[in-house]
Design a binder for this molecule. Sequence first.
Ligand SMILES: [Zn+2]
Length: 398
Amino acid sequence: MSDNGLVTSQINKVMKALHPGLSIDTKQHDIFIPYYVANDVNDLFICLTTRQLLSACKYSFVLTIDCTYKITTNELPLLVFGTSNCNHRFYPMGICLISTDQSADTFRTLFRGIQQSAVNNQAYTISHVVADGSPGLTSAMSEISLARRLMYWFHMIRKCREHRKLIKNKNKWLLVEKDIFNAQLIFDDQILAIVTRFIMGIIGTVLIYERAVSLAPSTNNELESLNGRIKKDYTLRNRRPLSAFLKTAERMLIDWSTDSEKKPFQLHATYKNHLKLAAYTWLQQVDETQILQVNPNVYVVLSKNENMSTTIWVQQFYAVAWSSYDEFSNWLNSARLVNCSRLLPPLFCTCQTSLKESTCVHALGLLMLWGSQSMPQLIGKRKGKGRPKKVKLPLSKD
Ligand SMILES: [Zn+2]
């Protein structure tokens, strides 16, 4: 087959050679094609996966998508989709060789395909799509009307930087950038809308926040590093002819598939020892009178940057009436909102650590306070030399 241009018959030939009959296989790690569109090189969509890889959709409704380029001589982008567990381990669900990542049709095909490919006889509902700022994806979101679109933080800030020329003064821009980073901690849609207005006034762009998926990782770091590994481990950073690339892709998918069986998707994170100790220390220092319960599972605690009481903090939270970004930022950093409806991480708190690590000193500290989590075993003082002062009585005879 030609590697510089493809016609339907050529693509079908490849498909037949790879997977005679395109039938749904029965083996966990066998590669199959749940769906494909192959009209010509400009209208191409071939999805490759295994049953094991697709099974990750059972555990998470957050779909992460990213494209990687310069891997085939035809310049066909490779779309990788999957999801992450709460320990930030990425589980690829499949790859798609596509003709372009600029068209909405590409993403429509993807959404339709993965929702309809009832390979494991299970419905897949997508609640959030985490991806870059591709306009094609934005219009394709109508295909999954119930899902929300998230842009990952790095892409958001990059988008904002595209508009930086609107601010002539460099130092002023740096301040704006700091404000945008601060907004990463926003946890509520209504608040986001207000803050977006503050920032929109300056740079005029769309702000989308990581926080929207409260208990599942919604950053794309894991997938981006996987894309790095595709290049490093499989295509050796060279564009490969399509036929050779498909062979490599097959090997790569089998590796991922067996790997995902060996390290199953975890629904709970584990508490790390250093966090237990930090939570214990936090608990020793916290002013318990300032722990405020706002509903059966939700509490407000002061943060390190406290400059108002938790009562005032909650009043401002309900009033949503900040007159400037600074006023808002001051409020946002003053206290943390903690949801204690779970005993095991991921636990939700509005602080930076919780955002990155799925749990934090606030959530774990509160659980320790109530005895729902044990305190860490502290290393006590060493005993002095010699016998203990109180010598136990010897056993008496019966
Ligand atoms: Zn926290």
